[in-house]
Write a protein that binds this ligand. Sequence first.
Ligand SMILES: C[S@@+](CC[C@H](N)C(=O)[O-])C[C@H]1O[C@@H](n2cnc3c(N)ncnc32)[C@H](O)[C@@H]1O
Length: 456
Amino acid sequence: MQQLAMDMSPPIHRWMKDDLDRSVFQKSIMVLAARIPAQKTTTFLKSDVLRRYIVDVPKIRSVVWDPSDMQGRRLLLFKVATEAALSSEARIFLTEHSAELVDHTIHLNYDYWTADDILQAVLPEELLDGSPTGFSITGHIAHLNLNKEYLPYKKIIGKVILDKNPAIKTVVNKIDNIDTKFRFFKMELLAGEPNFIVEHHESNCRFTFDFSKVYWNSRLHTEHDRLVQLFKPEDVVADVFAGVGPFAIPAAKKGCAVLANDLNPDSAYFLSTNIVKNNVVDLVRASCEDGRDFIRNAVFNVTENPFPPYSGPKLSRLKEKQSRRDQQALLQNRRDLTHPLAPTLPPRKVITRFVMNLPDSALDFLDAFRGIMVSRDGAGEGSGRLYDAMPMIHCYCFTRELEPVKAAADIRLRVEAKIGHKIEEDVDLHLVRSVAPNKDMYCISFRLPRSVAFAR
Ligand SMILES: C[S@@+](CC[C@H](N)C(=O)[O-])C[C@H]1O[C@@H](n2cnc3c(N)ncnc32)[C@H](O)[C@@H]1O
């Protein structure tokens, strides 16, 4: 039996460009309705002969109050407009159950339709195939990357997205290419508040930052999680291009000690803010220097100024207070007890991992690892004497080789050329995402070869 369909599409208004006139989105749909006693509603709804006629579209109720009826009867709405459109079985059923047939009007307005519905009604026909409503969300900001053919309609697109997504307060569009030095997007406001300071939640951490001044990519969430899961809680991590802390802060929350660096002063500022807000001040040290200098000094800095021993995962301030109270209570009762981890673990002096997420050019920084374990005057082993195992390096990069085997060969070759040595220990390659049709982003992990670290 053929499905009955109602035309719920909005009225077409292709004349709009900058201003969105919401008032013109009105539609009245005349339907047939059966006036039925409230207590018999289920009988009607379950009737096999009526089922195909009963209204079943999203956000429209099939049974409504009938304000004009003094006996409190309900209206059961049908998808057809006339009695003649019902089957004879349906008509007989309605007569047998004393239902009275009346006309009813369903009123739809702007609130009824989705963002896509509205845009389909206002954009020119040649733009209807694609949809401009895809966006990523960072805090309260919806961030679009509109193709140029949609630009004349950008204000309307922004307003519709703002209207239809209550959590969004600001809609921006990416303009030009990404800022080459600090990797953040230049953006223009399309709709909503001109407020770019966002609070974004990822991996149980709170990140505050100015989205117009620092790099943030919500699509990297899974990758941030993947890498942090590889870390051991006792690790000391040096994050060379830390941004506002999406690796550094979750790592510290699990107990890692972190040196977090970013050359963008705005990133370094918000990184420091996030360290405080997430209660990891004792575990994350922020710096704002060039990645190359940071790599060269990191080993020496941690030897000279070690991190406290690992003491369990980091708790929120509230839970930390509670746990301190519990411990004190325990210690007061049992004078012989001390914290189980406190006396056994030494301060952390050895960097176990470097993270380098600057895919465009991180590989170029790898030569900075040559000689990082050698003493500053070049005479002895320097901090290197403390290192039984060399640190792991997790370095992000792009490749235009799309076949995994060729991509692996290409990336490995570039790493080895830069550090001047073969990489052999604990090498792993992970495809992060495809950033363009002919460009993939990878993370290569490998253990720094000893002879590179001690090269003179
Ligand atoms: C792709 S972002 C990654 C940020 C963060 N790690 C993440 O995963 O979201 C690269 C970061 O490197 C910083 N940066 C760019 N050049 C740098 C350099 N020469 N030294 C240190 N940081 C740099 C940028 O400011 C940016 O925050």
